[in-house]
Design a protein around this ligand. Sequence first.
Ligand code: PMP
Length: 362
Amino acid sequence: QHVNQHVNLDDLPIRDDLRGRTPYGAPQIDVPIRLNTNENPYAPSPALVADLAEEVRASAAELNRYPDRDAEALRTELADYLGHGLTKDQVWAANGSNEVLQQILQAFGSHGRTALGFEPSYSMHPIITTGTSTEWISGVREPDFSLDPGKAAAAVEEHRPDIVFLTSPNNPTGTALPMETISRVLDVATGMVVVDEAYAEFARQGTPSALTLLPAHPRLIVTRTMSKAFAMAGTRLGYLAAHPAVIDALLLVRLPYHLSTLTQTAARVALRHRAELLGTVDKLRQERDDIVDWLRGKGLTVADSDANFVLFGRFPDRRKVWEALLESGVLIREVGPPEWLRVSIGTGEEMAAFRAALEGIL
Ligand code: PMP
């Protein structure tokens, strides 16, 4: 079929606020060592795959029917996993925490409203914000990427955003937030406060979750995902915990039957196998701490990390380092402040390959 090569995006009657924007674009390149999107490097065991296949087979017999629209069984099991006395009516799920975040923005953002985040942080927060015609306000972090509680609260008081994003541990820096910072922000926020805990399971032992603050804060939303520690990125399952009224709000904007039967089935099987899936977290934490020490030993600057990735630098020409690593078959991520690179934690062998490749470049 003939495609007119002279037509591009700018020729379409696209929304003015989308003109000139670039899509989310972590490169998907087929190389031996992929350490660029913070996945868990360990694939499911044959036993888990067999159980999943069996459950999917059973679900397949009903695929002429729409899925459970409110994912009741899955939400019950997610609440059980989260603990803290949470119940199904305080938990919501969607296709990745990205969709969860988009539904939050659809319900609490929109034209004439604002969302504030402290950068550098997860690049999808501003993309989802502006994608829903919400105005993005960029707050700042300290030079070591921590958040000063007083300054964070002051920024929220000054801008009175409809939504505040707090990310703990933060992507791409790995920085975890002390409870004090979250509490200070909650105390002054007039809108919703989203604590994005995509990497919570990787945080150091003893790091409390914002889930503990839910009973006292009906405007707090804690988001989680099965894409990272849970080793189920391909399933696309994100979820949140919040006051039941927040979930009532999300029901107004979600598409009916947004979570497919197969997704719900896979997520429930994964939850059943959580001992196996989360069993790699300790190993990944150890690899993380080891790579931080190793990079520092090489004289590099490394941000403290509570996640399954490490931000390191500083490279006056980071693109060159990124390309040289790729050349050696190691894909990491060019993200964050200009002179920094981010490496996701892989298996022991993958990290050895990363170290060998980087050593050759330095
Ligand atoms: N939040 C943060 C901080 C992330 O880094 C990511 C994934 N990179 C997500 C949310 C979204 O993950 P998913 O949609 O796979 O749940």
